[in-house]
Ligand binder design. Structure first.
Ligand SMILES: *Cc1c(COP(=O)(O)O)cnc(C)c1O
Length: 418
């Protein structure tokens, strides 16, 4: 792969793992759209199954296009290895399942992506696994929830739609003092804004569907292993064969060998390719997302129809200080939520928008809006919605990269009409 080492993220996100010499001179990686790979000898196929060669066998196991994206994402997050998967939820499921056995516990923040909440609270429960949910930014509560049965700590860099930002360095140091790994869903920040491994996290997860691909055209997820966590302790006896086989990449090997290949959470190589095209402009897009979101937050704050705005960049947000320090002044993310009078007004606001799309997605280059209470959280009971801060008056906005004046003009004309 690329021999030159660049320092700046803006350059690295484009040139990391570029290898035209291996790609017939092409500037984009090849799409290996082949389910299985020929082996010249029976010995070679046997050696490949035995892990003695890095050749490919079958798409569900590995794929050369996917491998390029894996190396690129691991490099950008400062990890030692990665596995790309068919969706962010596939990545979250595998990342956690590799650490869990019946009867185990883990500690997580309560500001969770909707399907992550369902997975943790409902699905895992069926197998006797207990997610201890605490306020995401309350580090004392996080530590107090740890028991002998705890296997990991799980947080999101920026919670949505609560827009809270936990102190990841502090969470990592609490986790490590108990011999536990910290897993971080870094989807909303991207490695442009935050690299959790540099703050002490042991595993980083993304839904690449969002900012990384950036254009709403490719689902995907990734699990990135820092390679730094010591699994050779009494808490993780089940890691022994993986440590023996892969040393510092024991966790990646466990996720891959035990879960990813058997659950069949294969990434389509075309989606890896589209994700890599999208990533060429990640830094440029993030710069604009972050700048636009700050301006939109300020615009909404001063509009009389808006009751409240949640955005980590606003000084009244409890996470503002942590976000400023953790994101090194680069920005506060591209998502915000705000309140109108009630659901009926939220619907009217959304229906009156002319440019902004009403859609269940985020991190696209286009500005997107949704009323989570009546959509993603429609089937949740009232008590759970309250616990997750999903109120009927809440609108969530994913600020795009259009001219910010046009975004504010569209939001403004709709707010004025209420
Ligand atoms: C979208 C999202 C996911 C799930 O990703 P999919 O690719 O839709 O499966 C997980 N975490 C966060 C923070 C997300 O925004």
């Amino acid at each position: 792969m690329s021999s030159k080492k660049y320092q700046d993220f803006q350059t690295r996100v484009i040139h990391e793992c570029q290898s035209p010499a291996d790609w017939q001179g092409a500037t984009l990686p090849p799409i290996y759209q082949s389910t299985a790979n020929v082996h010249q000898t029976a010995e070679n196929l046997s050696d490949t199954f035995g892990g003695k060669t890095a050749d490919h066998i079958y798409m569900r196991l590995t794929n050369p296009t996917n491998n390029i994206l894996e190396q690129k994402l691991a490099a950008l997050e400062g990890g030692a290895g990665a596995i790309v998967m068919s969706s962010g939820m596939a990545a979250i499921t595998n990342a956690c399942m590799a650490l869990l056995r019946a009867g185990d516990e883990f500690v997580c923040g309560n500001s969770l992506f909707m399907s992550t909440y369902v997975l943790f609270n409902n699905i895992f429960k069926k197998y006797g696994i207990s997610a201890k949910m605490v306020e995401s930014t309350d580090m004392a509560a996080l530590e107090a929830a740890i028991t002998d049965k705890t296997r990991f700590i799980y947080l999101e860099t920026i919670g949505n739609p609560k827009m809270d930002v936990p102190d990841l360095a502090q969470a990592a140091s609490i986790a490590h003092s108990h011999g536990l790994p910290l897993l971080v869903d870094n989807t909303l920040a991207t490695p442009y804004l935050c690299r959790p491994i540099e703050l002490g996290a042991d595993v980083v997860i993304h839904s690449t569907t969002k900012y990384l691909s950036g254009h709403g055209n490719a689902s995907g997820g990734v699990v990135i292993d820092s390679g730094k966590f010591n699994w050779a302790t009494d808490r993780f006896p089940d890691f022994k064969p993986f440590i023996d086989r892969k040393a510092e990449l024991a966790y990646r090997d466990k996720v891959w060998r035990e879960h990813h290949i058997n659950f069949g959470t294969t990434q389509a190589p075309l989606h890896s390719y589209l994700t890599m095209i999208g990533m060429d402009t990640l830094a440029l897009r993030m710069e604009r997302h972050l700048a636009n979101a700050e301006k939109v937050a300020a615009f909404l704050t001063q509009h009389p129809a808006v009751k409240w705005v949640k955005y980590p960049g606003l000084t009244d947000n409890p996470s503002c200080h942590t976000a400023k320090a953790q994101f090194k002044g680069l920005g506060f993310g591209g998502i915000l939520s705000f309140g109108l009078s009630d659901q009926e007004q939220c619907f009217r606001f959304i229906n009156n928008l002319q440019m902004v799309y009403n859609i269940a997605n985020l991190g696209d280059c286009k500005t997107l809006v949704i009323h989570p209470y009546s959509s993603q959280y429609l089937s949740f009971d009232e008590q759970t919605r309250q616990k997750l801060s999903i109120t009927a008056d809440l609108v969530r906005l994913s600020v795009g990269i259009e001219a910010v004046d046009d975004i504010c003009a569209d939001l403004g004309q709709s707010l004025d009409s209420l």
